[in-house]
Design a protein around this ligand. Structure first.
Ligand SMILES: [Fe+2]
Length: 336
């Protein structure tokens, strides 16, 4: 088993690379660290490469990089993969910060690039846009969620933080509650990409920045229940959902096995668990309201409320409906 320590960058293909470079530099507040005719590499202001754009016909996220322990031997990584029956190849000059990586496909077809050593880009002290701290997580839709979760845990060293029902998994590779999510859907696709910002005041500043550039929030501000992050969501010019978040649950000690206690947790201690299908998506914010969450009537209302919310996120709504159908329950119709 490999032991992933953090996510590196996501590679996104786009039909309009100039427009996306403008969005990621001027709105998101990343720094362009390298530009080729059909490729652009973007880093946070403090020098972490987080997005690679490539010119392409479709909007996809074909590759994702992860860092393992510095100094790890690439040949050893390749041989561990081979023992597990996974074909890989050594690649060089991935980005200015990554000289070498071992690449292979995960079961849903995303190319995973494993690197051990990373050179930070030069710090950029200019002030522009939202300026996130780091790449937080990436969520994918795919048909076999159980299969991909097993692969990420058995092969890459991820741990399961939470499940929503049997259709939405949240996996961690560090203290952060989740670095990858997998949501069951017949179609394999990117669901959203999330960047961490410093705190709640940065969420407010990000909301103002998006509004002043004519970009509407599609969800939030809110506090999620699963992961408990404060979050806002919008669509980028390619239609990909982008999240900014802060205050994500942290597990500082795997042996203790609970997330750092916080007053907004539902359980004390808050341990990884399976949340019911009807769990509200957010504790406060849009779509969180019910007359009284603690009484039976409110619990009865929960799936309807949650489904109404999920309708704005079709893949989540579809997954929840299929889960209910599987259990022999008629899916609830959302209230209008
Ligand atoms: Fe997210």
């Amino acid at each position: 088993m490999l032991q992933i320590k953090r996510a590196g960058h996501s590679t996104l293909t786009t039909p309009d690379i100039e427009r996306m470079v403008d969005y990621f530099t001027r709105i998101v507040g990343l720094t362009l660290v390298a530009r080729e005719k059909d490729r652009a590499i973007l880093a946070t202001k403090s020098g972490l490469e987080v997005i690679v754009l490539e010119r392409g016909g479709a909007v996809e996220a074909p590759r994702l990089s992860f860092q393992i322990a510095p100094g790890s031997d690439a040949g050893e990584v390749a041989s561990r993969l081979q023992k597990a029956g996974i074909k890989s190849e050594r690649r060089t000059d991935i980005t200015p910060g990554i000289g070498e990586a071992v690449a292979f496909k995960d079961p849903k077809g995303t190319t995973i690039e494993i690197f051990s050593d990373f050179k930070f880009a030069a710090a950029d002290n200019t002030f522009a846009g939202i300026m996130p701290l780091k790449f937080g997580h990436i969520a994918y839709q795919c048909p076999d969620v159980q299969g991909i979760v097993k692969f990420y845990c058995d092969m890459l060293g991820f741990r399961v933080s939470d499940w929503r029902g049997d259709f939405f998994a949240f996996l961690r590779c560090s203290r952060d509650h989740h670095t990858v999510n997998f949501l069951r859907d017949p179609k394999t696709a990117i669901h959203h990409i999330a960047f961490e910002v410093r705190d709640w005041s940065d969420i407010k500043r990000a909301s103002d920045c998006l509004a002043s550039n004519g970009i509407k929030l599609v969800w939030g501000p809110l506090r999620h229940i699963i992961g408990h992050n404060i979050a806002i969501y919008h669509k980028n010019p390619d239609g990909v959902t982008i999240e900014f978040f802060c205050e994500l649950d942290q597990m500082h000690d795997e042996e203790l096995g609970f997330f750092e206690p916080r007053p907004w947790h539902q359980d004390r201690p808050q341990r990884p668990k399976v949340w019911g299908d009807g769990t509200l998506s957010n504790w406060w914010g849009p779509m969180s309201h019910s007359p009284n969450r603690t009484n039976a009537a409110a619990r009865e209302a929960m799936p309807t409320t949650a489904l109404a919310g999920a309708e704005r996120k079709p893949a989540l709504a579809r997954a929840r409906m299929r889960s209910e159908q599987k259990k022999g329950r008629a899916p609830r119709k959302p209230k209008r």
